[in-house]
Design a protein around this ligand. Structure first.
Ligand code: ASP
Length: 583
């Protein structure tokens, strides 16, 4: 037996007991003739006391940081108790120890605030994972996993695995592909999600499916994305949108209750995509705070100020209590909106003073009454600051949405421990891509249009008006889940592919299997998928999903530890009949 107890287990009640522990050396502290060692394992830290009689053994068989030890001795009461750790009342009076394995000096210290930079920690991720901070994240991830599985299991969902070597499933990203040795010149695609497979399971009658599953998307890794990530993927048959929202709202509430102790959560608010865009400037509004966007079309235009008059959109937010912002603060905000990421030309403002007067950046063109009109349009009170942007519609709205979030951050309105979820519904079915010169599916091509708008599917001039049976769950300004009621009839699916610019032949070649299945009694169905990594990160109070993945990749898609991707040898290439062409 390697150990009788773990390093997190012994208490004062165990005093006098003979025990054996095994673990890693966290620290070594010498005081005159005695030595204290902190021994660490997954469960905690226990202090070891090496008395003078052990010194000869320590000389002959020295120990160092991260050595793996097996230690026997008696549990004794510490004279100097440490209330910060669970084993802080006791220590082990060591009578015997064995070095099970020595360790090189680790490249960074294994403690909460480590001295290791990101790259170093990723290269030695197996050491990084020994750190308490990272371990806590993985434990949280596992807990959420259990809660989700239990919830879905108790609601009759069945976990069914789907293959990774498949044909392309369009989720709006590039596929990762895998060459097939047995079928030279042919490639599998790794699933961007199990979308079509879960729909086929519905055709097969497995009316409640789920899987906590890896998805692969070859995207440019903007901040905090991973080429492989995990979804809680679900699908149900014989359901309408309302059934799905109900079940999965219940699932997230269960998670919030178990993990955060939040009970009695009201039904999640519903917001149409249109309203979200209008009021928050994006489709994943952070509703922990107000500061809604206000369209100043009426109040700002026609006063001779060109910047407003010539803009497609003039939009404002009222920032509570900031009417006393200094010139310097306003200049700094203006610089912020001019940064390339935001890309605006400038920022206009109206300061609403507590004495009911106004000061604006465009005083030349507006009198006091007109500034008052702007203030009342924005619902601003004396003492508030109104920030205004003008320009091209989409860009200006997006920029204002970013500024709103920034002001929310600066004013501490986006509290980590406050959780506010909502459903965003009624997304457009299509969005026009200027780049590709065609309509694209906003969600994915298996999403159904609203029943009453099906006729518009043959009228391209109306594509922009068609709404989808699609929904997203948003938590604290993050899209944590999204799904739709699917198309389940071959004819409509064909229409969809044709609307997306696919020829009949192309649609048949790519998705013949799905449309074929639809001819054998496909039930009405719909589903949703949650970004599991993101959900964990939000609940763990972190910005970064990487912290919640055991072996993540860096921003260049590299695994620093495995040094992947990597070249393969010529023999492998030959077997695959692949030639690398060097530029
Ligand atoms: N497959 C979709 C996605 O990955 C989710 C769904 O529609 O169920 O976003």
């Amino acid at each position: 037996m390697y150990r009788t107890h773990t390093c997190g287990e012994l208490r004062i009640e165990n005093k006098g007991q003979a025990v054996t522990l095994a673990g890693w050396v966290q620290t070594i502290r010498k005081f005159g003739s005695i030595t204290f060692v902190d021994l660490r394992d997954r469960y905690g830290i226990t202090q070891l006391l090496f008395r003078e009689n052990m010194n000869q053994a320590l000389d002959e068989n020295p120990i160092g940081r991260e050595f793996v030890l097996q230690v026997s001795g008696a549990v004794s009461e510490r004279s100097n108790k440490n209330p910060d750790i669970i084993t802080g009342d006791i220590e082990i009076d060591v009578s015997k120890y064995t070095v099970l394995n020595p360790s090189k000096t680790p490249p960074f210290t294994i403690q909460d605030d480590t001295d290791g930079g990101d790259d170093l920690r990723m290269r030695y991720r197996y050491l990084d994972l020994r750190r308490n901070a990272v371990k806590k994240n993985l434990e949280l991830r596992y807990r959420i996993n259990r809660i989700v599985r239990n919830y879905l299991d108790s609601h009759g969902f069945m976990d069914i695995e789907t293959p990774f070597l498949i044909k392309s499933t369009p989720e709006g990203a590039r596929d990762f592909v895998v060459p097939s040795r047995m079928n030279p010149g042919q490639f599998y695609a790794l699933p961007q999600s199990p979308q079509t497979l879960k729909q086929l399971l519905m055709v097969s009658g497995y009316d409640r499916y789920y899987q906590i599953v890896k998805c692969f998307r070859d995207e440019d890794l903007r901040a905090d994305r991973q080429p492989e990530f995990t979804q809680i993927d679900c699908e149900m048959s014989f359901v309408e949108q309302e059934d799905i929202l109900h079940i999965f709202e219940g699932m997230i509430k269960e998670v919030l209750k178990e993990v955060k102790g939040i009970e009695d959560i009201n039904p999640f608010p519903r917001m149409s995509w249109h309203d979200a865009m209008r009021d928050y400037g994006n489709d994943k509004p952070d509703i922990r705070f107000g500061m809604k966007l206000v369209n100043l079309e009426k109040a700002a235009k026609g006063k001779g100020f060109k910047v407003f008059d010539e803009a497609e959109l003039v939009v404002a937010i009222a920032v509570e209590g900031c009417g006393n912002y200094s010139r310097k603060q306003l200049d700094e905000l203006t610089d912020w909106v001019k940064r390339p990421q935001i890309g605006m030309q400038g920022l206009a403002y109206v300061k609403s003073h507590t004495d009911h007067t106004y000061k604006s950046s465009f005083d030349k063109f507006f009198n006091e009454a007109q500034l008052n009109d702007i203030a009342s349009a924005c619902g601003a009170k004396p003492g508030d600051l109104i920030l205004i942007m003008a320009g091209k519609e989409a860009k200006t709205r997006k920029a204002m949405s970013e500024l709103r979030l920034e002001m929310g951050n600066r004013l501490g309105l986006r509290k980590k421990e406050e959780f506010k979820a909502l459903w965003v519904t009624d997304f457009p079915l299509f969005e026009y891509s200027e780049e590709d010169g065609r309509w694209m599916a906003l969600h994915h091509p298996f999403t159904s249009p609203k029943k009453e708008q099906v006729a518009l599917m043959s009228q391209p001039e109306h594509f922009g008006e068609i709404k989808a049976n699609a929904y997203d769950m948003v938590l604290n300004g993050n899209e944590i889940g999204g799904g739709s009621i699917r198309i389940f009839q071959k004819e409509l699916q064909e229409k969809m592919f044709s609307a997306l610019g696919m020829s009949r032949e192309e649609a048949q070649e790519k998705f013949g299997f799905l449309m074929g299945a639809f001819e054998y009694g496909a039930p009405p169905h719909g589903g949703i998928a949650f970004g599991f990594d993101r959900l964990c990160a939000i609940l763990g109070g972190s910005e970064s999903i990487r912290d919640f993945i055991a072996f993540p990749k860096n921003n260049a898609g590299r695994d620093m530890m495995l040094d992947a991707p990597d070249q393969i040898d010529n023999k492998q290439l030959e077997e695959l009949q692949i030639t690398i062409v060097k530029e």
